[in-house]
Write a protein that binds this ligand. Structure first.
Ligand code: HMN
Length: 289
């Protein structure tokens, strides 16, 4: 399960339905052009928290059908509705997903016992491994080293998608849990995370910049830090421009410039203005080869 995983975008029609053909095109572009090792399906980047249970299942189905056994698949099933989370975990497992992942429960201020119960309930419902999805900036849930340890005590919690700029905690987790998988979640920090000996990364910008992400990761693993820094610099120039133009709509527009039908966004996310679309085209022409 090591390696680079794209946090997969999804293509939607203007009326909000899943654009299945567009979704297949995004999958193919990631596998054939960006050449990532796997896909992280129905994460934040997939607009997961804006769609229905049936649409989540539809996306799991279409992606598996397109990928078959060409790449590893991780299904993000986390939900505030525990019944939905267990239902999706079983669904993705039956489809053959290699692992499931669940975002920490958010919105209400759950205490750690409740968070632990959430993960163990999902695991009890399914015969698959689980990767914790930790993204404190969006969820408000900050877990400490001891709490990660309590979760990692479960032998089917195999790792964490660590989307935080806390390199002290990342290093401590790496040191204390050498057998667990750590995936870095912030693409602009891939190099410092790689230096700390992570097992892989999961990123939204890999949809358009997966090849550079691989260079950074592999150069760092080989100890070629100056070269890795150069590639991270170009990557961060790209990410700076993408973030200032609007993360998800800009990635979608860049995919369109590459000939991929990335469709529109689910409300309440808004599409790019005409000027924003022009800027996305400039970014694509500047950075995407
Ligand atoms: C997902 O669940 O879609 C991703 O794994 C999330 C991923 O960590 C991204 N975070 C967010 O979109 C909030 C990053 O790839 C991020 O988009 C990128 O580093 C730019 O900041």
């Amino acid at each position: 399960m090591n390696g680079l995983y794209t946090a997969l975008m999804c293509s939607f029609h203007d009326d909000g339905r899943v654009n299945e053909q567009g979704l297949r095109e995004i999958v193919r572009y990631n596998l054939d052009v960006q050449q990532v090792d796997g896909l992280y399906v129905n994460g934040s980047t997939g607009e997961n928290f804006l769609i229905s249970t049936e649409q989540k299942k539809q996306i799991f189905r279409v992606v598996k059908d397109e990928v078959e056994d060409e790449a590893k698949l991780i299904a993000q099933v986390g939900s505030l509705n525990i019944d939905e989370a267990t239902d999706l975990a079983q669904y993705a497992t039956d489809l053959g997903y290699n692992a499931i992942s669940a975002v920490t429960p958010f919105y209400y201020k759950f205490d750690f016992d409740e968070i632990k119960d959430y993960y163990f309930t999902i695991l009890d419902s399914v015969d698959n491994d689980l990767i914790i999805y930790s993204i404190p900036a969006l969820t408000g849930v900050n877990m400490n080293l001891e709490q990660f340890g309590e979760l990692f005590a479960h032998d089917r919690i195999i790792g964490v998608k660590f989307t935080a700029p806390d390199f002290f905690l990342l290093e401590r987790i790496r040191h204390q849990f050498p057998d667990k998988l750590i995936y870095s979640g912030f693409d602009e920090m891939l190099l410092p995370a790689s230096v700390l000996n992570i097992d892989g990364a999961i990123g939204s910008t890999f949809n358009i910049n997966g090849k550079r992400a691989r260079q950074i990761f592999e150069l760092a693993q080989n100890g070629q830090l100056n070269e890795a820094r150069d590639v991270q610099k170009v990557t961060n120039d790209l990410i700076t421009d993408v973030l200032s133009n609007g993360l998800y709509p800009t990635i979608k527009e860049i995919l369109k410039v590459q000939g991929v039908d990335a469709g529109t966004l689910r409300k309440p996310m808004k599409p790019l203005t005409a000027d924003g679309a022009k800027e996305a085209e400039r970014i694509a022409n500047t950075f995407i080869t």
